[in-house]
Design a protein around this ligand. Structure first.
Ligand code: TXA
Ligand code: MG
Length: 325
């Protein structure tokens, strides 16, 4: 594998280079509005196999196929229910992944051996241009080693993927910062398999029918395993009263990530203050954990997030990130 190029999304020549690499079946980490993706031509089985290798991902964990046009639905899926088209029209391009029956010609490498396929049309403008201009569909899991925290910046991607992929396209920090909502629209009621930036209420309003979020399901969603999104240091959820009590004398090997204004007074290089606003919080969350996850830090304390529906994706990710058997 050659040296990993760091390319700039605001440079037309670099974007062109990325298109050429992807058309040639190479692996490139690309920015999406949610997190960085580790992309390759979804129709090229060898290229897709490269993704599993670079990520160390089990072969039976399916990938999301990113498409540049709603028309891609019919190309990659079959027996598509109306609900899927309704959701795609309403939320694409954007952070919504639909699980559908895969079309007959679609290789099972990209689907992890399954008869279903995950499809999403992303809104990140440079990525959308790449998809539309090349006409490719791109298979892309989050650009991190299996089980670890998703990368929301090119620096973070480089840290773990250097030497394993051909290039990283740097478009700065991802706008949303948390992975897409994954929905199965083929069942009644429609089910959310992974909570995300688009909430059950938003989906329900768009469909006019109930949408459920089963607490447990058996779908092959790797983010569905109990321990996932884990940094090196041990993460712990801690409530505000405990933080107020402990932060003044916190040990040197502990970092903390809080959002309550009352805790801001304890600011130090090991204490990151996030916004109280959910969107702003989510955008900084992974990056802040990544920044705190340095040698010498054994534990990272996270102030327990609010329980409201809007925060469901944050709570879901943190539950898995803090899970220890
Ligand atoms: O926001 C996102 O979804 C990001 C960006 C890059 O698009 N991608 C992402 O990919 O989070 P990944 O591979 O880290 O997570 C995708 C999840 C996995 O848990 C996978 O198991 C699930 O989607 N998935 C893919 N195909 C599926 C299928 N056919 N049935 C059920 N789950 C599926
Ligand atoms: Mg992932």
């Amino acid at each position: 594998m050659p040296e990993t190029l760091r390319l700039d999304a605001s440079n037309q020549g670099h974007v062109c280079q990325v298109k050429t690499l992807l058309l040639a079946g190479k692996l490139v980490a690309i920015p999406t509005e949610t997190v960085y993706g580790l992309a390759a031509n979804a129709a090229d089985v060898e290229a897709v196999e490269g993704i599993y290798r670079a990520k160390g991902r089990p072969e039976n964990h399916p990938l999301i196929v990113h498409i540049g046009d709603i028309a891609g639905l019919d190309e990659w899926a079959k027996d598509i229910p109306d609900t899927a088209f309704q959701l795609a029209r309403q939320f694409w391009p954007g952070p919504l992944t639909l699980i559908l029956k895969k079309n007959d010609g679609v290789n099972t490498t990209v689907t992890g051996g399954m008869e279903t396929i995950a499809l999403r049309m992303p809104s990140q403008p440079v990525l959308l241009d790449i998809l539309k201009d090349t006409g490719l569909a791109l298979a892309a899991p989050s650009a991190n080693p299996y089980g670890q925290l998703s990368a929301t910046s090119a620096v973070q991607v480089m840290e773990t993927m250097v030497g394993k992929i051909h290039a990283v396209l740097d478009a700065g920090q991802c706008e949303i910062g948390l992975e897409s909502t994954i929905v199965d629209p083929t069942t009644t009621p429609v089910r959310i398999l992974r909570s995300g930036p688009i909430t059950a209420t938003q989906l329900q309003n768009a469909l006019g029918t109930p949408v459920v979020t089963p607490p447990e399901h058996n779908e092959a969603v790797s983010g569905n395993v109990k321990a996932h999104y884990q940094p090196r240091a041990r993460l712990k959820l801690v409530d505000k009263p405990t933080l107020l009590e402990c932060l003044p004398n916190i040990e040197k090997n502990i970092g903390a990530l809080v959002y309550s204004p009352e805790l801001a007074g304890f600011a130090s290089e090991r204490l990151i203050i996030l916004a109280e606003d959910k969107s702003a919080y989510a955008k900084q969350l992974y990056y802040s954990i990544y920044k705190l996850d340095q040698p010498g830090i054994d534990e990272i304390w996270l102030e327990k997030p609010p329980e409201e529906e809007e925060w469901m994706d944050v709570n879901d990710r943190l539950r898995r990130a803090t899970y220890h058997s």
